[in-house]
Design a protein around this ligand. Structure first.
Ligand code: DX5
Ligand code: ZN
Length: 221
């Protein structure tokens, strides 16, 4: 599977967002990761439908919308209409996970399912036949700039094994605390979609090229 960089705009400079999206596109990023937070499922508030709509107008990247909201099915249609390509919901946030995935598909989007660090990976097993992306959180969702949980490596390996057994091509995305230092280990554990906020937009300065370079090298083996 192709290694894909998905910069998270949570760490971007909103006043320079257009320019920063052009930079990451030129560097080779394929997905744009958009974190939606409701202040209930996670403590923070971020942004919602109109931000996705506005980005869609001038951005050709795959819009990878990560919904950290309670009962996400309520907003799936609005995000689909706003131009999301992938809509990822949390297993822990849905009353009916299967129906939420079905609704995402009915609206013509790819469906992603995410789990927090405390949720056993095995719990997604029954949905692997229905989703296009599995997102394993490597920090507690809610904030950018946290440190990667080392236990995530084993969880990524388990997830990749389960995907392999299911026999369908599913993106395995990892989100939280990814840096130039630990990204190789994350890829080698089986992830192919790398979310990075701080590592792309913050210290040591906007740098998607270095991460993309590592993704390409690891792909070549
Ligand atoms: C955290 C978000 C992440 C966040 C990652 O809840 O889901 O996407 O932006 O930020 P970094 O890469 O800084 O850990
Ligand atoms: Zn995210």
């Amino acid at each position: 599977m192709e290694n894909i960089l998905a910069p998270s705009i949570l760490a971007a400079d909103i006043m320079r967002l257009g320019e920063q999206i052009r930079e990451i596109t030129d560097a080779g990023a394929k997905y744009l990761h958009i974190d939606v937070m409701d202040g209930t499922f996670v403590p923070s508030l971020s942004y919602g439908v109109c931000v996705v709509e506005s980005i869609r107008k001038s951005c050709g990247l795959v819009l990878d919308v990560h919904l950290m909201i309670v009962e996400p099915i309520r907003y799936v249609e609005a995000f689909a209409k706003a131009g999301a390509d992938i809509i990822t919901v949390h297993l822990e946030a849905c009353v009916d996970v299967g129906e939420t995935i079905a609704q995402i598909h009915r609206l013509g989007c790819r469906a992603g399912l995410s789990i927090k660090p405390g949720t056993p990976v095995e719990e997604v097993g029954r949905y692997l036949g229905q989703i296009e992306l599995l997102l394993v959180m490597s920090v507690e969702p809610g904030f950018g700039g946290q440190k990667f949980f080392p236990e995530s490596i084993e969880r990524i390996q388990t997830a990749r094994r389960m995907i392999g057994q299911g026999g369908r091509d599913i993106d395995l995305e990892v989100d939280g605390g990814i840096t130039q230092e630990n990204v190789r280990e994350v890829l080698r554990a089986g992830a192919n979609v790398i979310v990075a906020g701080s590592a792309v937009f913050r210290d040591p300065g906007p740098d998607s090229r270095a991460l993309m370079e590592i993704l390409r090298k690891e792909q070549e083996g």
